[in-house]
Design a protein. Structure first.
Length: 230
């Protein structure tokens, strides 16, 4: 790479950082459209080529998305990459499922405990709906993974903790890999343990919510152990 190319790349990185700062300072939300290319040239005092390169950098960071013919927009899941820890490349999916199950067991009971303390009537209504949908899908032999993820994600979001919200993708990965690995055949009493968690949150019983989620995590882990015997 020539010196000129290095300088150009450095300038593009700086422009990308400045655009990120604009998004933060202007409190632009997911789906908001960024100023057009010429406005960016004027605001940042750089050339069009540098702006285009900066936008590509931000696209790779999942900060913006380019919609052909429409412009550049703030990403829905801004800054979040679909598989940040590269789980899809793990060769031993069973070991990965076990590790994720153990990780969830460390966190989700406490998350449920906090959710029981903070849940609103609307939160509880949403949880019950998701719980009912998961139960119905299990009974019908359908793939319930997506709804299961929504249920656990909702519980985590109720905490209102920004760090917890950042690890929700790990919880989702754990649910998804578990369900896929067990081929939906080991749902066991998931519907019952889900309901116990929701009931405890509805009662704002933090200890009961903790214990119900702990039991749910224990059941999942035991189901994974059953896979070793097959």
């Amino acid at each position: 790479m020539q010196v000129g190319e290095l300088e150009s790349r450095s300038l593009a990185e700086q422009a990308a950082d400045k655009i990120e700062q604009m998004i933060i300072e202007n409190q632009w939300n997911p789906g908001d459209k960024l100023p057009n290319e010429m406005d960016m040239v004027e605001k940042l005092g750089v050339g069009r080529g540098t702006i285009r390169e900066a936008v590509k950098i931000l696209e790779s960071r999942n900060v913006v998305e380019i919609r052909r013919g429409k412009g550049t927009f703030v990403c829905n899941d801004i800054g979040k990459i679909g598989d940040p820890l590269g789980f899809r490349f793990a060769s031993d999916k069973k070991k990965l499922a076990e590790d994720l199950s153990d990780f969830r067991a460390m966190l989700e009971p406490q998350i449920a405990k906090i959710a029981a303390q903070k849940a609103t009537d609307k939160d509880i209504e949403d949880l019950q709906r998701l719980c009912d949908e998961v139960e119905s899908m299990i009974c019908n032999g359908e793939n319930y993974s997506e709804r299961d993820i929504e249920l656990h994600t909702k519980i985590a979001s109720i905490t209102g903790n920004s760090i917890v919200e950042q690890i929700i993708p790990l919880i989702a990965q754990g649910v998804s890999i578990y369900v896929d690995l067990t081929n939906h055949e080991l749902a066991g009493t998931a519907a019952l343990t889900h309901q116990k968690v929701v009931d405890a949150i509805r009662s704002h019983d933090a200890i009961a919510a903790y214990e119900a989620m702990k039991a749910h995590m224990k059941e999942n882990r035991e189901n994974l152990e059953l896979l070793k015997k097959k």
